[in-house]
Write a protein that binds this ligand. Structure first.
Ligand code: SF4
Length: 268
């Protein structure tokens, strides 16, 4: 019977180099082991596979991407504004680009430690709190390296013209370094850019982003409370933003004709 099975462990006591042995049976652990609830993550996973959707709360909850991209867009999300509708459907090229990006993401399987999630607590003023959510693409525990994968088009062209590494990608991987540091040893940060021809990797300096994260969130939270719309940070990504009409109307944001409009009409 399983309970009677005896395993013998032998180890060397380095102090006197005498061999010692101990007989361990399952009874040895009788008082130490107790049944507990099924882990929450497993319950959530089973629920999601059976059509049970967990509501995604945005209030006081940020992703790293929310912080490194346009702050005004994050504010609109926090204010609960309904996303607008993009005027034009995505082109075949844009849809292929997304799907190709998903394929290239298979690269994260290069390491067994991949897609590691983190909910990082951020203390704000007046005893308020926020949660920063992040997911590590890859972690190499042998070299203690965090790797973030970015799929792009025309990689060599972008490298040649100095378009990459992009600032938001550098900040993103540095945020991951800060968020995960208390849980796993981290010595290196890498940004790995891929397209369907090439792979280019950059080593990024580690930096403590604690204050930057806190300030960035606090500014959005303050704007939520005062209803002051913060300045937009226009980039090429604005064309995909689903708050373009709102941003254009509020001023200090995009100046081109909005490529997204409110669903079912105008803002009141
Ligand atoms: S359109 Fe651009 S600047 Fe305006 S909120 Fe969206 S991302 Fe920010």
């Amino acid at each position: 019977m399983e309970n009677k099975k005896i395993t013998e462990f032998v180890h060397v006591d380095e102090s006197n180099e005498e061999k010692m042995s101990a007989k361990i049976t399952i009874q040895s652990f009788k008082d130490e082991i107790k049944e507990i609830d099924v882990p929450k993550g497993i319950v959530t996973f089973l629920g999601s596979k059976n059509g049970k959707r967990i509501p995604y709360l945005t209030k006081n909850r940020y992703s790293v991407s929310d912080l490194v991209h346009c702050q005004r867009k994050s504010l609109y999300k926090q204010l609960g504004l309904k996303p607008e509708q993009l005027v034009q459907d995505l082109s075949i090229e844009q849809m292929w680009s997304t799907v190709r990006g998903n394929f290239l993401h298979q690269m994260t399987n290069a390491y067994d430690w991949n897609e590691l999630e983190m909910q990082y607590p951020v203390n704000l003023k007046d005893d308020k709190h926020a949660t920063l959510h992040g997911r590590l693409d890859m972690y190499d525990w042998k070299t203690k390296t965090i790797m973030d994968l970015k799929s792009v088009t025309n990689l060599r062209h972008q490298v040649k013209h100095g378009f990459i590494p992009k600032l938001q990608h550098i900040l993103q991987v540095q945020c991951y370094g800060t968020m995960f540091e208390s849980y796993i040893p981290i010595e290196n940060l890498n940004l790995v850019y891929v397209d369907n021809i090439d792979i280019v990797t950059y080593k990024i300096q580690k930096r403590d982003m604690t204050d930057w994260i806190k300030t960035r969130i606090q500014e959005i939270e303050d704007a939520c409370n005062t209803k002051q719309i913060i300045k937009g940070e226009p980039t090429g990504l604005c064309q995909f933003c689903k708050y373009q009409t709102k941003c254009h109307t509020d001023g200090n944001g995009i100046t081109h004709t909005p490529l997204s409009v409110p669903k079912g009409g105008r803002y009141n």
